[in-house]
Write a protein that binds this ligand. Sequence first.
Ligand code: COI
Length: 368
Amino acid sequence: MSTTPQPFGRTLNPEPVSVSRRAEILADPGFGLYFTDHMVTIRWTADGGWQEPGVVPYGPLSLDPATMVLHYGQEIFEGLKVYRQPDGSVASFRPDRNAARFRGSAARLAMAELPDELFLASLRELVSVDHEWVPPAGGEESLYLRPFMLATEVGLGVRPSAEYLYALIASPVGPYFSGGIKPVDVWLSTEYTRAAAGGTGTAKCGGNYAASLLPQAQGAAHGCAQVAYLDAEERTWVDEMGSNNLFFVFGSGSQTEVVTPELTGSILAGVTRDALLVLAKELGCQVTERRISGSEWLEGAAEGRITEVFGSGTAAVVSPIGRVKHAGGEVVMGDGQPGPVTRQLRGLLTDIQRGLRPDTHHWMYPLA
Ligand code: COI
């Protein structure tokens, strides 16, 4: 088995998107609709380890119908963004955290663990070839990176695959929610749960997201953009929203407390969540990680103790929640508008990511 890291090969796309078409896409990218000219692929086999790292033209993967991922769902992914800096360079936000979480997800799904150095090298390689796809500084847009890995062994036995494909693709994106920072309505599901303790809630695997689609459709039928879940065991404690973590602001002014559900065995350890805990402390808020029940949320908001609620994630950034709907009614959060803590935290975070404020925590990672 090869133990020394191999250099990345590079096969340039003979038919890249034209400069004028790329400019059109960057001017209005939407979310996850367009992809850059290249991607990274790295293969792993039980006998040979990680091999053939390379940048290749973006294009379809060819899979045998009996490829294991198609049957048993051994698939994991990550999401992180690349931001254009005021001096024209590009940088990502805490990609070492994504590398570590990717390894953790692989371990939970009994997959090969990609070394962090190889994960980070894949980001550098792709962004150095496709850096012109990083949208200009000064706007809401960024280049979203999607590392993922799938089981590629062919066979129908239920066991860990002996072969994997790691791939990295990139997509220029605007805000995840089409309204930008406009508050979204959230459906609090009492029927479905997202993950149970001991399950795969702490892993970023496709299966978790597949299971969220039916509740999401139920939420959409009630006019909601997202679904918030309660814990699977007691159906009492707020978990997360499936594609972002939740934050609750209690009180105001010098009495402000920011609360987020503690990381139990079912909540994804968000990279943005972690940064916001640090920034909220710096804003002078009391910061608490603890269990919060669905009824504390609904009653606290109805009675004015909870003044703001927002979701946090790489894609969602900091997204205010305007209203929570549930089987028994609905409650408006604060005055239904983005509150001051939500706006300040969003501003602090995005200023650091866009190089508009000193990066005192050394969160930014130069890529090209
Ligand atoms: C992210 O925030 O990067 C996520 O993974 C959410 C995504 C499923 C859109």
